[in-house]
Design a protein around this ligand. Structure first.
Ligand code: 1QQ
Length: 418
């Protein structure tokens, strides 16, 4: 995983093939597009470098694809609003892979390029490994999709725009029971080698117990598994009405498909790891009916969401934006808007780029945690620890078209959160 590194030159769209660079070329390109290498004095008025490390390869790459689009749209949307004119921020998107090693390399090279802030990595499993590196370096990190319990607590420079599993996951269990009040028994599958999956599964299991649905089976899988026949056969003998899955797109998608192929007719709930239309190619027509809680609604009628949806729809041939694109857009937005607010607070003629980089990062971190932002996710702000405070969540049901290749995430009617 993560062998081919992909780098996006600032303000250019990523085209397959043309930007596949070797590791050494990659490292030098990143330094070249940063402002001032490792020098703490940024000096001058140039664009401020922002780094993003997301999963463009490996098991989570279908999620990284959604994130890349969100970041590119945000980069274009907030272009130029930090220092008044011209290019304000230089976004470098680097492949953080789907494993800790690739994410570590990506964070290290972006830090080497003297970035003001980091967005990423895609997975909580990676965040627990790499966020401490950025935190120790005093660089604000915004998690665009890290939902496991404990992420903001990694350190003072770590925050996230992705609401935690504890808040989101139980909503899909509630929705399953609303759709089918006859559910009496449940089975749980989770990828035991992934931090998000383990964390989310604990929340799912608590939610099941709270509703008197003690799991009849808890099956531990791996994110690298693709064949689940024997575990499924064993589980289906226990006749669960509901099966709840926490895994990443490839293992989770294969599990969904094989559960249906082996005859499971009950309700299926999946967690955040399958929260992308890119799962269609994995579970195909068997994705139909899957329930997944959401931290984003494309239907939200606010100016920023309308602008985001319009830009996404235009860029993607009419498609509706998925949650991971909206969250990645939001991660960039909170950085861009906070830098913009900081710039306004400087004396006339002064620039953020002229501040010592460490000082700029400290100011950014402090102001970001105190800020309030109108984003595609709704209004958000942060706790002093960096946990996102968000008000509205949703549950979607996947509806596949007869071709078994295309479909949609249809939002269920919202119910007030207790
Ligand atoms: C996490 C997640 C993943 C499913 C997002 C890509 O929520 O790792 O925290």
């Amino acid at each position: 995983m993560g062998q081919a590194s992909i780098i996006q030159a600032p303000h250019r769209s990523l085209r397959a093939g043309s930007l596949l660079l070797s590791a050494s070329l990659l490292a030098s390109s990143i330094v070249a597009c940063g402002n001032s290498g490792r020098d703490d004095k940024a000096g001058g008025t140039g664009p401020l470098p922002i780094g993003a490390a997301i999963a463009l390869t490996g098991n989570a790459s279908v999620i990284g694809q959604d994130q890349r689009i969100g970041l590119e749209l945000a980069r274009d949307h907030f272009q130029g609003n930090v220092q008044g004119k011209g290019r304000a921020l230089d976004l470098t998107i680097q492949d953080g892979g789907s494993d800790e090693g690739t994410a570590t390399n990506a964070f290290r090279s972006l830090i080497g390029a003297n970035v003001v802030a980091l967005i990423g990595p895609s997975l909580s499993q990676q965040a627990f490994a790499v966020d401490p590196i950025a935190d120790r370096a005093g660089i604000p990190v915004i998690g665009p999709s890290n939902t496991a319990t404990g992420i903001p607590e990694i350190g003072p420079f770590v925050a996230r725009v992705s609401a935690p599993v504890a808040q989101v996951a139980p909503l899909s269990i509630a929705a399953a029971l609303r759709l089918n009040p006859k559910i009496r028994s449940a089975a749980v599958f989770y990828a035991q080698d992934d931090a998000y999956s383990t964390s989310e599964s604990q929340i799912f299991q608590q939610a099941l117990i709270a509703r008197n649905l003690k799991p009849v089976a808890v099956i531990r899988t791996s994110v690298s598994d693709t064949d689940f026949q024997s575990q499924i056969t064993e589980t289906l003998r226990r006749n669960p009405d509901l099966i709840v899955i926490s895994g990443l797109p490839s293992d989770g998608g294969n599990l969904v498909r094989q559960l249906r192929e082996l005859g499971f007719k009950g309700t299926l709930v999946a967690g955040n790891g399958m929260n992308s239309p890119n799962i269609y190619s994995i579970c195909q027509r068997f994705c139909d009916g899957l329930l997944i809680a959401q931290a984003y609604s494309p239907e939200s009628n606010t100016p920023i969401n309308r602008a985001f949806v319009a830009a996404y729809t235009k860029a993607r041939g009419g498609a509706v934006p998925p949650q991971f694109s909206a969250q990645a857009f939001t991660a960039y937005q909170v950085i861009a808007e906070t830098l913009s607010r900081l710039q306004v607070s400087l004396p006339a003629g002064a620039t953020l780029a002229a501040l010592p980089r460490a000082e700029l990062r400290r100011r950014l971190n402090t102001a970001l945690l105190k800020g309030r932002f109108q984003t595609p996710l709704g209004e958000i702000r942060f706790t002093p620890e960096g946990e996102v405070i968000q008000n509205q969540f949703y549950v979607a049901q996947v509806r596949m078209n007869p071709d078994g290749r295309s479909g949609r995430f249809q939002l269920l009617p919202t119910v007030p959160t207790p």
